[in-house]
Design a protein around this ligand. Structure first.
Ligand code: 7TS
Length: 417
């Protein structure tokens, strides 16, 4: 039985007050909070065995190296990768996608080749491909959405062709919450010989994700959105793809032998980890994986579905609210973006903060999507393992008061805000 109150006790930050009220943290899509076990793992590393990895022969260096490489194994296991050699540590999802764009795209793409993206991508899965298209002459194609905020699959199939080299798409939208049918899309892309990159920033933390079942070639994700520390993420790639790729960055650790004028490369995945890596955060990420595995990813998903369904139904009670994305909770993850009539989302965010409620407001690094929806920005509530129905009630009550307040002010001023 999933007991959210027991889970909450593991997160010291949830005891905080903000503006004299208990913190209601509804911004986990931006970054999640951390359980005590992750905070302890960081302190333990720095207190007991801090040392550089792969190069020392002393005890501390051996312990740090073993823990760092164990973290790689654990990340591989978490996503069902066959081998830890398929996992490159990066700073975050953004760096993982850039790694593919530079180490694979720059070498592979030719003028006239096509990269298929979607209109709901985060900027980190758009801008690297724009840079790559400028450098290589490849063309970008974009899949539109339907009225209910799902990908237009008919349009997707029409975009695929013999020139398609890559389909790069998010598993779950950080604005609409839409969970995309990546398995079927990957199958279609592969039938044209294209590779598939899945942006798992919002899915790996919230859904059971197994790379073998997804049939993706690349999967990018971040530790900080899944209870782990900031500054650590991963790129999963099929090992033979990594073998065929040239380095992204040059420096220490990624080489086998260096001459003054040329070098040879280390084995994968170390070929892609130039310089001293983020040892502490990789090791502490394991404590987050342990935590999620102890809860079970299926129960985590079930809890979020319940919270999301409750939020979707309760938010509809707020007068003048527009909710974006699929109507059914099953089609989405724990993210609800919305707007109040005639109240700017930034004002919504500032007003909610006065009630101790943390949401994000803005374009959420998805400007093309907001443009497609005909709006500049949204307010967004996002949920995770520690979110309760009472917190949704607090959000709805505060939104009622915010709407009322702004309507009164607008009424007194005799004009819409
Ligand atoms: N892809 C998606 C779908 C995301 O939601 C994010 C971060 C990223 C990529 C980039 O992740 P990073 O760890 O490299 O920064 N999304 C958000 C968000 O929705 N609010 O703040 C960050």
């Amino acid at each position: 039985m999933y007991d959210v109150q027991v889970v909450r006790k593991d997160f010291p930050i949830l005891e905080r007050q903000v503006h004299g009220r208990p913190l209601v943290y509804l911004d986990s899509a931006a970054t999640s909070q951390k359980p005590q076990a992750v905070i302890d793992a960081l302190a333990d590393y720095y207190s007991r065995y801090n040392a550089n990895v792969h190069r020392g022969i002393h005890t501390l260096a051996e312990e740090a190296t073993a823990a760092y490489e164990d973290a790689r194994r654990r990340v591989a296991d978490f996503i069902g990768a066959a081998s830890p050699r398929s996992v490159v540590f990066t700073r975050n999802t953004t760096e993982a996608i850039n790694l593919v764009a530079y180490a694979w795209g720059r070498r592979t793409l030719r003028p006239g080749d096509e990269v298929v993206l979607t209109v709901m991508e985060h900027h980190s899965n758009l801008v690297p491909w724009q840079l790559m298209a400028q450098d290589t002459g490849a063309a970008l194609r974009s899949v539109d959405i339907t009225e209910d905020g799902c990908l237009d699959l008919e349009a997707f199939h029409k975009l695929l062709g013999p020139r398609t080299r890559l389909v790069a798409l998010t598993h779950m939208s950080n604005v609409l919450g839409t969970v995309n049918p990546v398995v079927a899309m990957a199958r279609a892309a592969h039938s044209y010989g294209a590779l598939v990159l899945v942006d798992g920033a919002q899915s790996v933390p919230h859904l059971p994700v197994r790379v073998q079942e997804l049939a993706c070639d690349f999967l990018a994700f971040s530790g900080h959105k899944m209870l782990g520390p900031t500054g650590i993420g991963a790129l999963y790639a099929r090992e033979e793809l990594l073998e065929a790729m040239e380095p992204f960055m040059g420096g220490g650790e990624m080489i086998r032998e260096v001459q003054l004028e040329r070098s040879t490369w280390n084995e994968v995945p170390w070929r892609f980890e130039a310089g001293t890596p983020n040892i502490a955060d990789a090791i502490a990420w394991v404590a987050a994986l342990d935590y999620l595995e102890a809860l079970g990813m299926a129960p985590v998903r079930a809890h979020e579905l319940e919270i999301t369904a409750y939020a979707l139904s309760r938010l509809q009670e707020v007068p003048g609210i527009t909710i974006y994305g699929p109507r059914a909770a099953e089609d989405r993850g724990g993210v609800v973006a919305f707007n109040l009539k005639e109240v700017h989302p930034h004002d919504v965010g500032t007003a909610l903060d006065q009630y101790g409620i943390a949401v994000r407001a803005g374009h959420h690094c998805a400007q093309p999507l907001h443009r497609r929806l005909g709006i500049g920005s949204t307010a967004r509530a996002s949920f995770y393992v520690y979110t309760t129905a009472q917190e949704i009630d607090a959000l709805v009550a505060a939104l009622h008061q915010t709407q009322e307040f702004f309507t009164r002010v607008a009424g007194r001023a005799g004009r819409p805000l």
